[in-house]
Design a binder for this molecule. Structure first.
Ligand SMILES: [Zn+2]
Length: 223
């Protein structure tokens, strides 16, 4: 393997080390402006109270008094990706560069919620592309994953949306995305398969047309 390719395989934690933190200290994040809109929080609180009653709980008992508000705020955070534009986020960090080998950010943590049960699924995303004259700030690749993950999702669509956003903004020679995740709706209920991991992939360009590119990507993301 070529030296420069090794250098491109940057771990997600390194890519994220600049500027990752709570929503509010991220300069890309516009979500906090509407995050705590009292009307929306109030509506969600009422819905959570109704859910608590629906499962037979007593909303007036001490431990639950603040639960509707907590859950409302937590839900707003977990779905903040609806209020962010992933392609805009990428566009703000595009640079002209002649580098034309694979760029890979692996082991990006993802936390999302399935749209069928609103239960969490979580795992790792690996994102690679081959530039065609334009590169993007590495931390933005991880941020794009996060924006799409912080919406109600199915893993299949999440994988494709990440690929498409990168393809649309950078027009690279190819994009490869693999996600490995555990779904709480399978673990905690239904089939109760504790250790099952779901893997999805979405590719474009050379990741489809070139067997060696595809193999290299798959080899690099192996644990
Ligand atoms: Zn589910």
């Amino acid at each position: 393997m070529k030296q420069e390719k090794m250098l491109s395989a940057i771990s997600a934690s390194k890519a994220l080390s600049s500027g990752r933190g709570s929503c509010c200290d991220d300069d890309d994040c516009i979500a906090d402006i509407t995050e705590n809109d009292p009307m929306i929080i109030g509506g969600l609180q009422n819905a959570v109270s109704a859910m608590l009653e629906g499962i037979g709980e007593d909303c007036e008992r001490e431990g639950l008094l603040k639960t509707p508000e907590r859950v409302a705020r937590s839900l707003r955070f977990l779905t903040k990706g609806y209020r962010e534009d992933p392609e805009e986020l990428l566009k703000n960090a595009v640079f002209t560069e002649a580098y034309d080998e694979m760029v890979l950010v692996k082991d990006i943590d993802i936390f999302s919620m399935c749209e069928h049960h609103m239960l969490p699924f979580f795992g790792k995303a690996h994102v690679a592309y081959i530039p065609d004259g334009k590169i993007v700030g590495l931390s933005k690749l991880a941020r794009v994953v996060e924006v799409f993950a912080r919406r109600l999702q199915v893993q299949e669509r999440l994988t494709q949306q990440i690929r498409d956003a990168i393809q649309n903004v950078l027009s690279p020679k190819g994009v490869g995305v693999v996600i490995e995740a555990r779904h709480m709706c399978m673990v905690m209920r239904g089939v109760e398969k504790l250790n099952s991991v779901t893997t999805t992939s979405a590719m474009s360009g050379q990741f489809i047309s070139s067997q060696s590119t595809r193999s290299e990507f798959l080899r690099l993301i192996k644990p």
